[in-house]
Write a protein that binds this ligand. Structure first.
Ligand code: PMP
Length: 389
């Protein structure tokens, strides 16, 4: 049976050029960057090169502003908890949105337990925060605003430049979780006035187990992992040299290929969305039709249970997702879909298709051929369907 992978938001393949770049750092160049011998020097140099590649991808100017972590979740924790606890004397209010990833939401809840006040900005039907409301919420006591550049689930891309303009005017630090956005759309921390930004290696076709936090010069955080003082003391632990080399190579490839890949995936995305909406009655798009990630199609079907849809698609060889992989364990409807105003029962009927660079139009057509029949069959079986469909 054929296998089609439309679940990139959960895990991306590693680009073969990335694997190739990494391999000699598992075998030949095995040095620890802290060592003085030539192996150590090579490891240090290779990490420096990866920092250079990463700053080019995100529009930063100083490689020292990159702190490598183990994963995007850790970078988000470092930004939220590290910044707030380090800068507590400046104020105790944090502003975020109600559709953040759990790696932002849960650090915020933790900070509330420590006595910080967190405002979770509501979003509109398409997932956008209200800029006016953000401006109103920034008080003297506000130290940090954390808004995801793009939502990994509904794909909505926030007006980051407008957000950054406000936080800069109000002299509040802005953190952007760009895990889902990085490598998909152009990013520029300088033009957008972003002070801290989370990026993930795997989401740009690099290896798992690496992430990074961009920290503008002058921004300080309390480290969460204490030890030998690596990464300028912000993240101790022997560096994952092959992983970092891989992330650097992935960033280089993204700089070169993101635009063309984005055009291709956007065309696939739009074909998926428009065909489903026109051919399957009772289907809807979650998020904005255009201001969304080029590889994200999040659809919703009346009278359908998302998990059943995922299993049925899997039976015809298509891997997809019903919500963010990170929260799908809970079987609760996605907090993101609830926040954009979708009733829980309807939110359960959502299908998230996330595309990657190896997907083809032929695969898109296959899914579009299979989906109407699956939806029809599930509706026929569903006790929710009024009088059958
Ligand atoms: N932020 C966003 C927006 C995400 O979509 C994800 C999941 N890919 C994460 C953070 C967490 O990423 P990871 O599980 O790789 O730490």
């Amino acid at each position: 049976m054929r296998k089609i992978y439309f679940d990139h938001a959960s895990a991306y393949p590693v680009d073969s050029r990335v694997l190739e770049a990494m391999s000699e750092y598992y075998s030949t160049w095995i040095g620890n960057p802290s060592s003085v011998h030539s192996f150590g020097v090579e490891a240090r140099k290779s990490i420096g090169k990866a920092r250079e590649s990463l700053i080019r991808l995100i529009g930063a100017s100083d490689p020292e502003e990159i702190i490598f972590t183990s994963v995007a979740t850790e970078a988000n924790n470092l930004a939220l908890i590290g910044y707030s606890t380090r800068n507590r004397r400046k104020g105790t209010k944090i502003i975020t949105s109600s559709i953040e990833h759990m790696s932002v939401m849960n650090p915020c809840k933790y900070l509330q337990k420590l006595g910080f006040k967190v405002t979770y900005l509501p979003v509109d039907r398409e997932g956008f925060i209200d800029i006016g409301r953000l401006e109103e919420e920034i008080t003297q006591d506000t130290i940090l605003v954390s808004i995801a550049y793009a939502n990994g689930e509904i794909g909505t891309i926030q007006p980051m430049r407008e957000i950054g303009k406000i936080t800069r005017e109000k002299e509040v630090v802005l953190h952007a979780d760009a895990t889902a956005a990085c490598g998909k759309i152009p990013l520029d921390v300088q033009d957008d006035n972003i002070d801290m930004m989370t990026v993930s290696s795997n989401d740009i076709y690099g290896p798992k187990g690496v992430g990074a936090l961009y920290m503008r010069r002058g921004v300080t955080v309390a480290p969460l992992v204490l030890g030998g003082g690596q990464e300028r003391g912000y993240r101790s632990g022997s560096e994952n040299v092959p992983g970092i080399v891989g992330m650097g190579r992935a960033a280089e490839i993204a700089v070169e290929e993101m635009e063309d890949e984005g055009k291709k995936l956007k065309a696939f995305r739009d074909k998926l969305i428009s065909t489903v909406l026109s051919e399957i009655g009772g289907s809807y798009l979650n998020g904005h039709p255009k201001k969304r990630l080029p590889n994200n199609a999040n659809l919703r079907f009346d009278y359908i249970e998302g998990e059943a849809l995922i299993l049925s698609l899997d039976m015809v060889g298509v891997a997809a997702s019903s919500s963010s992989a990170c929260t799908s364990k809970t079987l609760e409807p996605s907090h993101v879909l609830i926040a954009i105003g979708i009733p829980p029962a309807e939110a359960q009927g959502s299908l998230l298709l996330t595309l990657g660079k190896s997907n083809t139009e032929e695969e898109v057509d296959y899914v579009l051929r299979e989906l109407p029949g699956i939806v029809k069959r599930l509706r026929e079986m569903s006790p929710l369907t009024p009088g059958g469909v």
